[in-house]
Every structure is written in C-alpha cells, then in structure tokens.
Design a protein around this ligand. Structure first.
Ligand SMILES: [Zn+2]
Length: 498
C-alpha cells in the first residue's frame, strides 16, 4: 500500500509544479535544457535496469557496472569548508574547558549545535523541518517531490570527552554534498534530505539511536518513559527533556510523539539512505584506502549477569569452604573469549566490559560479581548462539561452584545488511572520482542500523587517524573528508535519479 503524502511532501508539490512550468517556459539556458533532457533519458534507462533484492555477503553482491551519469562534472568540495565547520561545531561543548567535545542531547550546547546545523541548511537553501523528537531534515526538493526521497545523515551528540568527527561528519557532509551538486548544476529527481538524528549516543537516557529508532517505529513508549535521565534522575524523561528543548509540543503523550516521528512502511519515505561516517577503526588508514563501502552493520546483544556467593573473612575462611563469586566470574570471562573465538569469524566479538566485585574489600572473599557482557556480530543467529552458550556456561559454573546465578538480556537489536543498490552507488561514485575503496563491515553501531528497517540503506566510511574515536584526538584529514563528501554527493545524485 502506498503511503499518503506527508504535509512536507504536499507543500512541495506546488514548488515542483512551478519548477516544471519554469523549465517548460523556455526561459532556461540551452545547457540547462540539455541537462534536464539527459536526466530524463537517464531516469528512464535506470528504472528499466534497476538492481533489486538483498545481498547477504560481499561475494553475493552483483558486480557494479556504473551507468553513464548525467551528473555535471566536476562536483567539487572545497578542502577547507567541512573541516572548518566540524571545528566550529566542536566548540559547542557542555564542558568548555575539558579536553575534547561533550555534547549531551537537549543541553544548551546541543541547542546551539542544532541552530548551527539549521543555519547551514538554510544557507544551502534547503527546506528545514524538525519532527516531534528533534530530528532535523533539510530537504532539496527534487523534480518529482512525491517520490520517496534520498536521505543522508548522522548524529551530532557526543559522549563525554570525545572527538569532533564522530557523527558530525555525517551531519555536515550531506549539506556540503548538496551544496556542491547545486554548484555543479545538478537537478535531482527524487528530493534529497540532509538529516541530523536526535540522541544516537546512549549517554543521557541509556539507549542509543533514539531518533532513528522512532523513525523506524522500533521504540516502545512505555520503555522510553521508564528510562532514567541522568541530568534529572528524579523527575526526568525523554519527553520532558524534548519539551524543555522546544520539541514535542504538539504531542499528546510519548506514544503520540513516537508515532509522529515514524516514517511509515519500508521504502515509503526514503527510497535510499546513506550515512557518511569516520571508520572508527584502523583498516582504511592501514590499507591506504580512501573509501569504505559498508555491506553490513554489526549489532550488539547486551547481557547482564551476576554470581552471588556467601563471602567471608579472607583470613578465616579456608579455601575449601569458599564459594567465591569472582572466581566464578573469572571462569565465565574466559569462556566468553573462547565462545567468540570458536566461531572462527573476525565478525564475532565478545567483551566483558563491566565486572563489579562486592563487597570490594581486600580482606573479604568476594560475595557478588556483577558482569555486563557485550556480544556483537553481523550475523544475528551466530551472535545469539554465543549469548546462549554464555548463559548455559554461567549456569554450569554456578552449580559447580555452589554460587547463585541470575541473568538478563538487556538488548539484542538485529544486525543490518546494507542494500546492494546503495553500496553500488557508493562504489560507483568512488570509481568515478578515481578513489580507492573496499567493501567492509561496520563493527560499531549507527543510526543506519535502524534506517535499514525503513529504507534501503548503506554507509560510506572514510579513514580516521589510527582508528581513534570517542576520544579527544579523534581525527580525519581534510583530503579524506573532501573525498568522502564528493563521493557522497555523486552517490546521492545517482540515487536521486533512480
Ligand atoms: Zn557515530
């Protein structure tokens, strides 16, 4: 069933009609007319030769044959523009004196960051709208504004003392990509959106990707209301914080707020979506490659578990009388590593990131050991098998060591497979720009994980220095940024014509 036009789409049908009349009036230059004609021919040939279907691994993806694109060449992104904008945004930090950037969602610095992003969208003459949760959309209206659009965006919130590039590159990059396409005289068929997602980082509310989960209708209102706001632990909630920041005003309750942000059925709002991001790993830099074409996004399962023994005095309690909770946790930690290695895939990773021992005194036998375990994979079934093995081994260890055991799966989002048509468009763009590239997986979590639930989605990585991320010395070079934004521009252009 096709989706009814949103108010945003309806309001732009008129502006498109004006554009069409303008073209038909003959006042356009010969060059523009030819560009429009070639655009039409291209869109007809594209629609009869479109690639469809999902691909599960690199080997299954069809080899790319890049169609001749009627995209004016060159599409040029200035070397200094985006790096300078990234540094301007980085100055908007909750902790002005500290190292790096701290920008929690709905703080004053977040509001200033939003104003900055909106100002850049307006400068690029995009039509700006914000939804009930503060997701920002800057639209370049295409010649067929009723068609599902092409989107590109990321997040601008930053964990404490992090860097200037994570997320922000994917917010500012698309705005500059659109500006470059405009300068080159390109006219999109599908509208192209630059997006900024609300609250990708879990810092303030304990859950990641709040905005994109809502767009994908993957967030439960009762659950969202139950989350603690670390900046207002007694009375806070996501909706209260959104209201305070000037959003959610026209919503009845959290459920209504979430439903207002939903993008509807798969493919209804976006025909394709690309997230530009720093790699946050060392592969591209080590292999001296410019562009990473992401084929799959790993997703974590989070497991919280506890061993509880009886404790005792470290001197008086003889070894054979003990049921030490920490030793049980140590045994399980080794098993966690083993189960991940046993899959024989680099894509399976498992980490005991938290281990709290109680009562935590040198002269006390550990009574409690609380663990938090993160298991990630691009293969959801394989990841869940590792989680099951960890749980049953925990039970066995508890029995053997006479300690009590409890566990809870906190979260297990499904991993995402990127859409071949988006990966192909990114790869074709890199090829056209004569940039080296490779297909790879994203081991970190991104808004794209949820966007893949509502639209064919892909990610474009650029190298970052030594793979450093979420730390003040996170860095991407001006040339890598320029290359990434230019490749993004060409990919968006070709997808807008599809
Ligand atoms: Zn990010």
């Amino acid at each position: 069933m096709s989706k009814a036009l949103s108010p945003f789409e309806r309001s732009h049908t008129v502006s498109c009609a004006v554009l069409v009349l303008f073209i038909m009036s003959g006042k356009q230059s010969r060059k523009s007319f030819l560009a429009c004609l070639s655009l039409l021919v291209f869109s007809i040939s594209e629609s009869s030769a479109s690639v469809s279907g999902e691909c599960l691994a690199d080997a299954d993806c069809p080899t790319l044959t890049a169609p001749e694109q009627p995209i004016p060449s060159p599409v040029v992104v200035d070397l200094a523009t985006v790096p300078a904008q990234l540094l301007s945004l980085a100055k908007l930090s909750d902790v002005e004196s500290g190292p790096g950037v701290t920008r929690l969602i709905f703080t004053d610095s977040d509001a200033a960051g939003r104003a900055y992003v909106r100002s850049l969208m307006e400068k690029a003459e995009l039509v700006v709208r914000e939804d009930a949760m503060g997701n920002i959309f800057g639209r370049w209206v295409g010649s067929e504004p009723t068609l599902p659009a092409v989107g590109s965006g990321s997040h601008a919130d930053a964990i404490p003392n992090s860097g200037a590039y994570d997320g922000t590159l994917g917010v500012l990059g698309p705005i500059e990509a659109i500006a470059a396409l405009k300068r080159a005289g390109f006219k999109p068929k599908r509208s192209i959106d630059a997006l900024m997602f609300t609250s990708e980082e879990p810092t303030r509310f304990g859950i990641s990707c709040v905005g994109s989960r809502a767009m994908a209708s993957k967030l439960d209102a009762v659950y969202l209301d139950s989350l603690t706001d670390i900046l207002n632990p007694d009375h806070g909630s996501f909706r209260n914080a959104a209201l305070k920041a000037g959003y959610a005003n026209n919503t009845l309750n959290t459920k209504d707020m979430l439903s207002q942000c939903s993008l509807g059925d798969y493919g209804a709002y976006y025909d394709s979506f690309i997230e530009l991001h720093i790699e946050q790993g060392p592969e591209l830099e080590e292999e001296n490659l410019s562009i990473g074409v992401v084929t799959a996004i790993a997703a974590p399962a989070a497991l919280r578990c506890s061993f509880t023994g009886d404790g005792g005095h470290a001197g008086a309690q003889l070894m054979h009388r003990r049921n030490d909770a920490l030793i049980a946790a140590a045994e399980l930690s080794s098993a966690v590593e083993k189960f991940a290695l046993d899959t024989k895939s680099d894509d399976t990773v498992a980490t005991v990131g938290v281990l709290k021992v109680g009562p935590g005194a040198i002269n006390s036998v550990p009574r409690t050991a609380d663990m938090e375990i993160d298991v990630r994979d691009i293969d959801g079934e394989r990841r869940d098998k590792v989680v099951s093995k960890i749980i049953s081994r925990g039970q066995e260890i508890a029995k053997k060591r006479n300690v009590r055991w409890s566990h809870e799966i906190v979260n297990a989002d499904p991993p995402a497979t990127c859409a071949p048509k988006v990966a192909n468009a990114i790869e074709a763009a890199a090829k056209k720009l004569k940039l080296s590239s490779k297909r790879m997986v994203s081991r970190a979590y991104h808004d794209s994980l949820f966007m893949s639930e509502v639209a064919p989605t892909g990610m474009l990585f650029i190298p970052c220095h030594k793979g450093f991320s979420h730390r003040p010395d996170e860095f991407a070079s001006a040339i890598d940024i320029k290359n990434g934004v230019e490749a993004l521009a060409l990919a968006l252009a070709s997808l807008s014509l599809a």
